[in-house]
Design a protein around this ligand. Structure first.
Ligand code: BLA
Length: 321
């Protein structure tokens, strides 16, 4: 199966679009090259997504763009770049790219407006010299483990796409048990050591998953039933509450820009809406995270890690219960 056709043209002796050798970076980014001098051009992923979205809808800059655009890490050695947009059916499309000497991160998500029950597009890629931690998914808005209707509506036809990439990206191992409820049967949850071929496949997966997501939002019909809209809204708010509190990127962000800025970035930019879309708290949604004294257990943030293997079978049935 070929994954070529990407628009990258980094100098390399291999036929891959990505190179582990020296890449020509713009001056501003040269100092941010990983110590191994390895660079994943996550900007290209975002450029692709924006171009592709503009073929389907008209993106407008989000009001967030003015405040959240670029920032340096406290030590001056890293850069954070942020973009945010909205569109007719999209409440927020936002991306964060982090480049430091030691890592590169892409956190890209698209949140539909509450009138649409379309999944949330989610790409979380963490790259260090040693490893890559990857989550790529169309995060379901509603329960697909105990209820079939939402799964049938959005994921049944996508199972072959998930299987195509599951072959290349083995399950990444145990994860916070709650996370699996936010993942779909086609989730790519994987870890791998850096290789140009892997990035080719990852870029291909990103493009395929994003194109599929755009089709879903394109064909989604606006919900007019107030109850269904409020259900969608609460599901989005629950998702935002989860990620604001439990995103494993918290620690990294805190180290890079300090506690106050990291919290602001999480609440107001990455998971924007957590303070506006609903009034329930993390504890209301996830009461099982409270310890015996009723305080939030922050340590590791896990009830327990689970799912050593992919808990979905080849037909999209959940095996994990
Ligand atoms: C690890 N990131 C992880 C893991 C998951 C995710 C499942 C595995 C470890 C775990 O489950 O605790 C991602 N989890 C998600 C996503 C959802 C979820 C996307 O529930 C959605 C519902 N990751 C980032 C950013 C950084 C980052 C911005 O998104 C850094 C700035 C880093 N993720 C990061 C790191 C780890 C990680 C460093 C490893 C942490 C560890 O192993 O303890």
């Amino acid at each position: 199966m070929g994954f070529g056709g990407s628009s990258f043209s980094f100098s390399s002796s291999s036929s891959s679009s990505f190179s582990l050798k020296h890449t020509v970076l713009p001056l501003k980014r040269r100092n941010c090259c990983l110590q191994t001098c390895f660079s994943v051009p996550y900007h290209k992923f975002v450029d692709f997504a924006l171009d592709e979205t503009n073929l389907h809808t008209h993106l407008l800059p989000s009001p967030l763009q003015e405040k959240y655009n670029s920032m340096n890490s406290t030590d001056g050695k890293g850069a954070l770049n942020m973009l945010s947009f909205e569109a007719a059916k999209i409440r927020l499309l936002r991306s964060l790219i982090i480049e430091t000497e030691k890592m590169q991160v892409l956190d890209f998500a698209v949140f539909p407006k509450a009138e649409y029950d379309v999944p949330i597009f989610c790409a979380n890629f963490f790259t260090s010299a040693k490893t890559n931690i990857i989550v790529l998914d169309l995060n379901p808005l509603h329960d697909i483990i105990n209820h079939d209707d939402y799964k049938e509506k959005y994921f049944k036809s996508l199972i072959p796409l998930g299987l195509k990439y599951a072959e290349h990206f083995p399950w990444g191992g145990k994860l916070t048990s709650e996370s699996i409820k936010f993942f779909s049967p086609i989730v790519i949850w994987t870890r791998f050591t850096s290789s140009p071929q892997k990035y080719d496949i990852l870029y291909s997966a990103f493009r395929d998953y994003y194109k599929v997501w755009l089709e879903l939002i394109d064909t989604a019909v606006e919900e007019t039933d107030e109850y269904q809209i409020s259900r969608n809204l609460e599901a989005q708010h629950r998702y935002l509450a989860w990620r604001t509190e439990k995103d494993p990127g918290h620690g990294v962000l805190k180290k890079l820009i300090g506690d106050t800025l990291a919290k602001d970035l999480l609440r107001s930019f990455l998971f924007n809406g957590v303070d506006e879309l609903g009034s329930k708290t993390f504890n209301d949604y996830f009461s099982h995270y409270l310890d015996e004294e009723g305080t939030l257990n922050k340590k590791g943030g896990v009830v327990g890690k689970s799912f050593e293997n992919r808990p979905w079978d080849a037909t999209g049935n959940f095996l994990g219960q």
